[in-house]
Write a protein that binds this ligand. Structure first.
Ligand code: ATP
Ligand code: MG
Length: 320
């Protein structure tokens, strides 16, 4: 079992069993922003590779345990969706999977940035980008997948941060450290019994088995902007669930990034499978709320009153 770190030396890396004859690593660096896993970009004498290793904890916060087999979910997901030739071109190719060491070696898609830049208002998504993203979801959700890991430990971890922690009055997270006044604003939602009942049902639904392969974390941090178009990464939260989840998350991030209303309409009209729009709205509302008052904060530049407006929208979507 190999345990890699950001400081693994080139000599350590050379000892890995993954290289082609005569290949040697020349340079290793963190591939980009990551919290959950160790993700390295390795330049070798022959090519550039991404090496992703899951640990039995959250890499950035080693005191928080996390399911180590999440990398296997990512591997299985990439294998499944590569059956569709169009999708295959929009995810990294798998080079090698080492189940024992929890290491996935992938094609390096290039140093493209992800789309987190949309939160600061420095970028508006184009209609064409929206269509690329929706087409990805339409095709992925249309795949016939009979068997896939249930990924329950990752779902439970996510469930805590989507449906529970953000709505606990005494969760120990002082939102005024994010923005003055946010803590008081959040209390209305944390004390809303009707809202919390709906969230409970929605959370149960998230944990129930579904039939459609979903990405499970379809937000701008999982979209890479490379010269050939948008690539989708990081499907470690994938499972057979409800397609409305991916669409709800997608829409919520357009709200959080204050993207033009028109784009949201394009998403729903371009999506090609049947959808329960009410359920899409509920997941969307949950994601808006939990990103504003939960621990997984985004690099937003919103004023308190803009956040108040979004919180109202989130609640409305959940309760309709
Ligand atoms: N195949 C790839 N090609 C190019 N860059 C990549 C690739 N995979 C990952 N990266 C870069 O590494 C970063 C981290 O990757 P990834 O999101 O998969 O890691 P993670 O640990 O699961 O992150 P998170 O904590 O957000 O869940 C990405 O944002 C991206 O910049
Ligand atoms: Mg991840």
């Amino acid at each position: 079992m190999t345990d890699l770190t950001e400081d693994s030396s080139l000599a350590d890396l050379q000892n890995l069993p993954y290289w082609l004859p005569g290949e040697h690593p020349i340079k290793s660096e963190p591939a980009g922003e990551s919290n959950m896993n160790l993700v390295l970009r390795i330049q070798t004498s022959h090519r550039n590779l991404i090496i992703k290793q899951s640990k039995p904890y959250v890499r950035k916060y080693p005191q928080i345990p996390a399911p180590v087999d999440r990398i296997e979910v990512e591997y299985r997901f990439l294998q499944e969706i590569a059956r569709d030739a169009w999708i295959k071109d929009r995810v990294p190719k798998v080079v090698f999977f080492d189940a024992e060491s929890h290491i996935l070696i992938m094609e390096d898609l290039g140093k493209g940035l992800d789309f987190s830049k949309i939160y600061s208002g420095e970028k508006t998504l184009t209609e064409d980008e929206i269509i690329q993203l929706v087409d990805f979801l339409s095709r992925m959700h249309g795949l016939k997948v009979d068997e896939f890991p249930v990924n329950m430990k990752m779902r439970l971890l996510n469930h805590e941060h989507l449906f529970q922690f953000p709505f606990l009055e005494e969760n120990g997270f002082d939102l005024d450290t994010i923005q003055s006044g946010l803590q008081a604003l959040s209390l209305t939602y944390k004390r809303d019994v009707q809202l919390k009942e709906k969230l409970k049902l929605l959370g149960d639904r998230y944990l129930s088995p579904g039939k459609v392969l979903i990405h499970g974390d379809f937000y701008p941090g999982s979209w890479l902007d490379v010269s050939s178009g948008i690539k989708i990464i990081d499907p470690e939260f994938g499972f057979l669930g409800e397609p409305e989840f991916d669409l709800g998350i997608f829409l919520a991030h357009l709200d959080l990034a204050q993207q033009p209303e028109l784009l949201r309409g394009s998403i729903l009209s371009a999506y090609s499978n049947p959808l329960d729009l009410q359920l899409v709205g509920q997941f969307q509302g949950m994601e808006i709320l939990r990103r504003l008052i939960g621990i997984a904060q985004l690099p937003l530049t919103l004023t308190l009153s803009q956040k108040a407006k979004l919180l109202r929208k989130g609640k409305y979507l959940i309760l309709n």
